[in-house]
Design a protein around this ligand. Structure first.
Ligand code: FMN
Length: 423
């Protein structure tokens, strides 16, 4: 029998309440989370206590409210740090315009911002405010900054506001916020048991024992993709080219520093995998012959003939259906991203392609952030802003996991499986 209380049973959730007229809705939120089996602690800003008394929350949760950043708990521990460390998720609802600014700036000036800053748990923020405040560029920028930290924003809704006006700024309804919390935990294991291969980093094609033709790839994007898959429960093999970041823990790492060793590693691991993400920057060309000894300077010029390397991802794309993993490529293009990505997707038999523009004012190579567009056979699928690479990776997995599941042949029912076993 499944637990009727679902994904929230036993989860420690801190609800942070700020000084908005919508603070009364946090009472319903706390009740709903409790009904679904979550253990709820409430942190309040001093302004919030002017709107709803801590006693209301304490009588619902049977736990003390933390409303003072300088407070110690019954065991003389710092109350907000205890909450931050125990939390499986922090849900700030309602979040005022002021609190968004405080969180975006990394300030710690009340119990709610203290918990958010100290916790490593995922944070959900549900803003509530006057429409003018919500649409102000400063507030929008703060919300975007929080998205960049990995916070999920539950967008405010359109409706009548405390001012008597109608506009955007109303706190999302408590069931909508609970949905967002449940989705958070549902995603946590959405790749359980899925076999994922990720390639990352650049390659070096030897000219002689000390020289090579390489590229500036840092491996950051591929490593973020491998780590995000690992954290969602996948068993991950990372085919690691030359990287400037440390290799992640908890994944199988296969070193492959030339295009040909990378081809070997990918072709060895791809057939057993469910999903292959080729994020490595594999050299398109290699010197026709690598000199066995160091080439000496003799005053004359040196010509190196480059020959094309095998197209690894196209080879995987041609694998028979039964062994070919769901295939995601990357396209770094200096111009005409959409047309080039579409052609690459089609020609190489990919399921999805992640495009990013290189060589412009922003350079994704080596950066901690990236702005990508994902294309499927039907065209562009995303319109994401510039995000930290880990956030890009999280969004990519949301998309990849859904598409991969939809593309998979349906699992046979128990009955079908029995019938086919009898045959
Ligand atoms: C009746 C009343 C309602 C308010 N409602 C909101 C609101 O919905 N959203 C908001 O951002 N600020 C609202 N404010 C202003 C905040 O309470 C004020 O900015 C306060 O400093 C917020 O503190 P906090 O962010 O630490 O909770 C309201 C103020 C009053 C007097």
């Amino acid at each position: 029998m499944t637990d009727s209380r679902g994904t929230l049973a036993g989860r420690r959730i801190v609800v942070g309440v700020a000084g908005s007229i919508a603070a009364y809705k946090a009472v319903a939120l706390v009740r709903l989370l409790g009904e679904r089996g979550a253990v709820v602690d409430v942190a309040m800003t001093p302004s919030a206590t002017q709107f709803v008394g801590p006693l209301t929350f304490e009588s619902l949760t049977h736990r003390p409210v933390v409303d003072d950043v300088l407070e110690l708990d019954a065991d003389q521990q710092i109350a907000h740090i205890e909450l931050a460390e125990a939390a499986d998720a922090v849900v700030i609802a309602p979040a005022t315009a002021n609190l968004l600014a405080v969180l975006a700036a990394g300030l710690v000036q009340d119990a709610v911002s203290a918990v958010a800053c100290a916790s490593r748990a995922p944070v959900i923020v549900a803003p509530a405010m006057d429409a003018g405040m919500w649409t102000h560029p400063a507030t929008q920028r703060n919300a975007e900054t929080l998205r960049g930290y990995g916070y999920r924003i539950v967008e405010p809704e359109v409706g009548s506001l405390a001012s008597g006006l109608t506009g955007v700024g109303r706190l999302a309804e408590p069931p909508t916020i609970v949905d967002a919390v449940e989705r958070l935990f549902a995603r946590a294991g959405d790749l359980d048991g899925v076999r994922v291969v990720v390639s990352a980093g650049g390659t070096r094609e030897p000219i002689d024992p000390v020289r090579f033709i390489g590229n500036r790839s840092s491996g950051k994007m591929g490593v973020a993709i491998a780590e995000a898959a690992r954290d969602r429960g996948a068993s991950v093999t990372l085919v690691a080219g030359v990287m400037s970041v440390t290799q992640p823990r908890g994944v199988e790492v296969v070193d492959a520093t030339t295009a040909s060793t990378m081809r070997e590693a990918v072709l060895r691991h791809a057939p057993g995998a469910d999903i292959l993400v080729m994020a490595a920057a594999v050299s398109d060309f290699a010197p026709q012959r690598a000199s066995g000894s160091k080439i000496k300077r003799d005053g004359s010029s040196l010509a190196i003939t480059l020959v094309p390397n095998p197209d690894i991802i196209a080879e995987v794309g041609e694998m028979p259906e039964e062994v070919r993993p769901f295939l995601i490529g990357f396209a770094a293009e200096s111009d005409d991203l959409e047309a080039n990505a579409a052609a690459k997707l089609r020609d190489k038999g990919l399921d999805l392609i992640v495009g990013n523009v290189v060589g412009g004012p922003f350079d994704a190579i080596g950066s901690d952030e990236n702005k990508v567009t994902v294309f499927g056979a039907e065209g562009a699928l995303t319109d994401w802003p510039m995000l930290p690479k880990r956030q890009v990776a999280e969004r990519l997995w949301d998309l990849i996991a859904d598409r991969w599941r939809a593309a998979r042949p349906a699992e046979p029912s128990e009955g079908q499986a029995r019938r086919s076993r009898r045959r």
